[in-house]
Design a binder for this molecule. Structure first.
Ligand code: GRF
Length: 203
């Protein structure tokens, strides 16, 4: 099967990026990470890309006249590098409408809670504070709002009585490392069928 080109946007440590690189290099998913872009100069995600000889860029938002300009630059970078699927992996900026329209149903995000519960940047802490007994992981397509796009995969993670944000996030991470490569694999195999809000996984 032909490999799809994946472009990863990441702002932080990039452990999900690492899981995707590892799955791709091991031939577990028909994909290759074509480019990694970060809005943070010192994001460890960029170091990971470098270690694996993957093209990577720090793109400084403050050097653009607007968010739209910055997004346009990202769109052309990703297109230049033949990206079929954009994967947000701990990317802390909201992607703009033009960006979403440039890659319709071709942008994925991973969220450390069971959406639509606990959207936003503090999903793990918010779930813990609320006192839910079960949280989890959501992989979804990105639309123009925050954490609202059609859900591709979800998996529950139980919250333990003595959990802290760190311990819960650690167990959530372990599930993420499995779910994100799986979602990319299903996409690459052409098995994701989007109808309205629902994503069906073809046999
Ligand atoms: C993950 O928990 C992901 O769900 C959230 O941000 C975190 C990124 O972690 N969107 P990492 O940079 O992949 O280690």
């Amino acid at each position: 099967m032909a490999k799809i080109g994946v472009g990863v946007l990441a702002s932080g440590s990039g452990t999900n990026l690492q899981a995707i690189i590892d799955a791709a290099e091991a031939g577990k998913i028909p994909a290759r990470v074509a480019i990694v872009v970060s809005d943070k100069k010192d994001a460890y995600a960029l170091t990971r890309a470098k270690k694996h000889k993957i093209t990577h860029f720090f793109v400084d938002l403050s050097s653009f006249s607007s968010r739209a300009e910055y997004d346009r630059h990202l769109i052309s970078l990703l297109r230049e590098h033949k990206v079929d699927l954009v994967v947000l992996a701990g990317y802390m900026l909201l992607v703009g409408p033009e960006f979403v329209r440039a890659f319709p149903h071709r942008i994925m995000n991973i969220h450390p809670a069971l959406l639509p519960s606990f959207p936003g940047t503090h999903g793990v802490a918010d779930a813990l504070r609320y006192g839910v007994k079960i949280s989890g992981v959501t992989v979804h397509f990105v639309d123009e709002e925050l954490d609202t796009g059609p859900i591709i995969l979800q998996e529950a993670v139980p919250v333990l009585d003595d959990d802290t944000e760190e311990t819960l996030h650690q167990r959530i991470h372990q599930v993420e490392y499995k779910l994100y490569p799986l979602a990319i694999k299903l996409f690459a195999e052409g098995k994701l069928r989007v109808g309205g809000r629902r994503v069906r996984i073809a046999e």
